[in-house]
Ligand binder design. Structure first.
Ligand SMILES: [Zn+2]
Length: 158
């Protein structure tokens, strides 16, 4: 049977998870590095476009592997999980309806950015804490997915 993972995921939670993973120190303006930005457009909620005091308009994907993507946060989380879990690119592409070339590009980007929480050398205590926080968030998400899956299966069994 097909597992409708995308339908089981909450878009807001997925967005938060990705923002955390991509910007562990918090989202900053990619031009000036500042944090004094306001919501510019919310037409693709929960993905918000921000406008910084310096004039730059950006969102959480700007400057990351996901820049310009139209995919929903839930779809992106499933892709990230697949990559993190080492699912073969061709299989993941089939399961998610994503082009293999696009997935390869993302995989390489992630390996560069270590967005999946792979340890970097010379870690500070702050980084360790961030890592823990990320792992905790990831774990919470896994639990959430498992809960939803359990509910799904409970319904299915009737
Ligand atoms: Zn700025």
């Amino acid at each position: 049977m097909d597992f409708p993972l995308l339908d089981l995921l909450d878009e807001g939670a997925c967005y938060d998870f990705l923002v955390d993973a991509l910007h562990p120190a918090g989202l900053r303006c990619p031009s000036c590095g500042g944090r004094r930005y306001l919501v510019h457009r919310a037409h693709r909620e929960p993905v918000l476009d921000y406008r910084c005091g310096c004039g730059r308009v950006f969102n959480a994907w700007t400057g990351t592997a996901f820049q310009g993507t139209q995919r929903s946060p839930a779809a992106l989380v499933v892709i990230v999980r697949g990559i993190a879990q080492g699912t073969p690119t061709a299989q993941l592409a089939r399961e998610l309806g994503v082009r293999v070339g696009q997935l390869r590009t993302w995989r390489l980007e992630f390996e560069k950015e270590a967005v999946t929480g792979i340890a970097k050398p010379d870690r500070s205590a702050a980084e360790d804490l961030e890592q823990l926080r990320r792992e905790n968030a990831k774990l919470k998400m896994e639990i959430e997915i498992s809960k939803k899956a359990a509910i799904y299966f409970a319904r299915e069994a009737k």
